[in-house]
Design a protein around this ligand. Structure first.
Ligand code: C2E
Ligand code: MG
Ligand code: MG
Ligand code: MG
Length: 275
């Protein structure tokens, strides 16, 4: 009986895996034509200074509304795009769309920073540095106003020479590197100081756990960051209480639904708020 039960489970598992593989394959095919068919768009979410709540930058977040499958979350399609390499054209699309929106929103009269998420696969792909430089030049955006958000995957030891080279090149242009979802992956504290990292974005899971284990983790991270001269941003801030607690812990920048959801346009109010 146990044996039969075991086989049954294996069968269910196999079917589930197959269904998942089929969906992944379909998504992977549909992704290849997503740009050409105008299915992609980019939303922007503000980052604010903790003290004044003035907007200091925006983060570009990719959206995909597939003709065949409807809206698909980046948490689902980004990993697939990373596997297939499709992340390279997608990433270039986001970079260009984000800098384009920045310029259309009055950047040249009133400079503002723009943050773009970059996958490891994209960062180490041939031509990445050139793509960044040419997009900055095309839109006439100062390299110092571009932030690239990478994850702790940049601490991958096997890829260290290339990762280190690319990050140092970006740093030499003046582009800022932020580590996204900090605390959820594997970080090497020694590398944190060897690589040109400008800021850490504390993962929202710690912000949501401020009343339990989150506080100690955020406090410890802030202490290390401060000693290393690295800025801190907290993500996923949803309540005024969280904002207050984070400010009390000395966190400099906040991001989350409390201050603004991802939206197609940059807020007109950022100038008033920062005034
Ligand atoms: P991320 O870069 O850490 O972005 C933050 C995610 O949290 C976004 O989800 C955002 O909409 C959501 N968020 C923001 N504020 C709050 C809040 O207060 N509460 C909660 N619960 N969530 C909040 P989104 O847009 O679905 O993106 C998910 C992830 O997909 C991103 O996480 C990023 O890792 C990836 N991604 C999105 N766009 C791109 C892109 O252009 N390139 C790459 N490589 N990855 C991207
Ligand atoms: Mg991000
Ligand atoms: Mg994040
Ligand atoms: Mg994330």
């Amino acid at each position: 009986d146990a044996k039969r039960k075991g086989r049954g489970l294996t069968q269910v598992y196999k079917e589930k895996l197959l269904a998942e593989q089929e969906r992944n394959f379909a998504i992977c095919q549909a992704l290849k034509t997503a740009i050409a068919q105008n299915e992609l768009s980019v939303l922007f979410q503000p980052v604010v200074a903790a003290e004044s709540h003035a907007v200091v930058s925006y983060e570009a977040l990719l959206r995909w509304n597939s003709r065949d499958y409807g809206p698909i979350s980046p948490d689902e399609f980004i990993p697939i795009a990373e596997d297939t390499g499709e992340i390279v054209p997608l990433g270039n699309f986001v970079l260009d769309a984000a800098l384009g929106q920045l310029v259309r929103s009055g950047y040249h009269d009133n400079p503002l920073k723009m943050a773009v998420n970059v996958s490891l696969r994209q960062l180490i792909a041939p031509g990445f540095l050139e793509a960044v430089r040419s997009s900055l030049a095309r839109h006439d955006v100062r390299p110092g106003d571009l932030v690239l958000e990478v994850t702790e995957s940049i601490f991958d030891t096997r890829q260290q020479p290339i990762i280190s080279f690319v990050l140092h090149q970006l740093d030499s242009y003046g582009v800022e590197i932020h580590i996204d979802d900090f605390g959820t992956g594997y970080s090497s504290l020694s590398r944190l100081h060897e690589l040109p990292i400008h800021a850490l974005k504390i993962d929202r899971s710690f912000v949501h756990a401020l009343d339990t284990h989150g506080k100690a983790i955020i406090e410890g991270t802030a202490l290390i960051a401060r000693k290393l001269g690295i800025h801190i941003i907290a993500e996923g801030v949803e309540t005024p209480l969280q904002a207050r607690q984070l400010e009390e812990l000395g966190i400099e920048y906040l991001q989350g639904y409390l201050f603004g959801r991802p939206s197609p346009k940059l807020m007109e109010s950022h100038r008033i708020q920062s005034a």
